[in-house]
Design a protein around this ligand. Structure first.
Ligand SMILES: Nc1nc2c([nH]c(=O)n2[C@H]2C[C@H](O)[C@@H](COP(=O)(O)OP(=O)(O)OP(=O)(O)O)O2)c(=O)[nH]1
Length: 164
């Protein structure tokens, strides 16, 4: 299946604060859309941040910051192992989003499909992890940068085949 990398709206990485004197640090992040097909329904794994983290209790896709010398795919493999205890095969890029958070932090997010992994999902750092059907995603309180992608997935604007 062909999938173009989509640059999604979000706030395009623009904000008034970026015109000011304080330089923003741009965090390069990769995140996984871990897919499974259950009884003919396509589901994706979503994760809730802990109460003591910044942006507490918001939902997100598992992943994290790309360290120097890592590719986005390598970073995601490492993060999925650290956060969920799985060894994942990173699939195609699905979307890229630039977003400026109000607290001054800017993120550049690359999302990849993940259809195969070894090991059982083990929640190591999140409040909760859950499989969600695409249509149900907008009912979760997602991080602001993810909202455009969540809507596109729910409305079928991004075609993604399920996983194992
Ligand atoms: N993993 C992940 N991060 C996301 C998503 N959407 C989104 O805005 N982010 C942001 C939240 C964080 O600022 C950053 C990911 O950083 P991280 O996972 O390494 O660390 P963190 O949440 O503790 O953030 P930080 O305080 O260390 O900056 O990307 C998403 O769907 N998944």
């Amino acid at each position: 299946m062909k999938n173009r990398i989509r640059r999604l709206g979000s706030n395009g990485g623009r904000s008034r604060a970026s015109d000011g004197a304080r330089p923003r640090t741009l965090r390069m992040v990769s995140a996984g859309l871990i897919l499974r097909e259950a009884e003919g329904r396509r589901e994706v794994l979503i994760c809730q941040r802990k109460a003591d983290q910044p942006m507490a209790l918001k939902w997100e896709f598992p992943g994290g910051k790309i360290e120097p010398g890592e590719s986005a795919e390598q970073a995601l493999r490492r993060e999925l192992n650290e956060e969920l205890g799985i060894t994942a095969e990173i699939g195609e890029p699905v979307a890229q989003v630039r977003h400026n958070y109000r607290n001054g932090g800017a993120v550049d997010l690359q999302f990849f499909a993940v259809r195969r992994f070894e090991g059982e999902i083990d929640n190591r750092i999140f409040q909760e992890v859950r499989w969600s059907e695409f249509e149900s995603l907008p009912g979760y309180d997602f991080l602001a940068a993810d909202i455009g992608l969540v809507r596109d997935l729910a409305e079928g604007r991004i075609a993604l085949e399920g996983g194992r």
